[in-house]
Design a protein around this ligand. Structure first.
Ligand code: AMP
Length: 189
């Protein structure tokens, strides 16, 4: 099985690249942000709760997010693997993911981190906000908060996977095709 954590700050290109990786390796793409947005559209209880955090650029509480992610993974018992996009985002989520995967005789193969400088992130997110209509991509204050939340709570996860010898960094600047190729190389090596 190939289980990849695609890591990086908001706007690093995780969603775009995860879409390509899932096709190339025939694995399941699980984006917690996409699942929350789907729930918001369907006006579910989960969506309502998630929206109150997402609108501020804060993280949805761990318990809710972990439970949701686990309930998604079990939907695909025959899958060749998963690409986790936007999860884990806290140490608690990473630990819960390890315990959960272990209980299914699975494990994370690699964490691949997309490196993109902050200034480039803000420009990319504002550009995406114009096209996608995502509220959290249209307001510079919310964007700045998401980057701060990433730095305060999520960036430490690089060390978590590094200590397991699973961290691979990829330069996230360049054309979409160039970056995809770098990601394939990091996965295949
Ligand atoms: P994303 O689409 O990954 O940029 O996520 C958009 C928003 O969804 C984030 O700013 C958080 O509010 C929420 N979210 C997505 N994934 C997680 C997660 N793993 N833990 C907590 N909140 C999350």
């Amino acid at each position: 099985m190939l289980n990849i954590v695609l890591f990086g700050p908001p706007g690093a290109g995780k969603g775009t690249q995860a879409g390509r990786i899932k096709d190339h390796y025939s694995i399941i793409h699980l984006s917690t942000g996409d699942i929350f947005r789907y729930n918001i559209k369907q006006s579910t209880k989960l969506g309502l709760l998630a929206k109150s955090y997402m609108d501020k650029g804060e993280l949805v509480p761990d318990e809710v997010t972990i439970k949701m992610l686990e309930s998604e993974v079990v939907k695909y018992p025959k899958s060749l693997g998963f690409i986790f996009d936007g999860f884990p985002r806290t140490t608690k989520q990473a630990e819960a993911l390890d315990i959960f995967l272990d209980s299914k005789n699975m494990s994370i193969s690699k964490m691949i981190a997309l490196d993109v400088p902050n200034k480039e992130l803000i420009n990319r997110l504002l550009f995406r906000g114009k096209k996608s209509g995502r509220a959290d991509d249209q307001n510079e204050e919310i964007i700045a908060n998401r980057i701060k939340v990433y730095e305060d709570q999520t960036a430490v996860l690089a060390n978590y996977y590094k200590s397991q010898n699973k961290l691979y960094s990829v330069n996230g600047i360049g054309s979409v095709d160039e970056i995809t190729q770098r990601l394939y190389n990091a996965i295949d090596n």
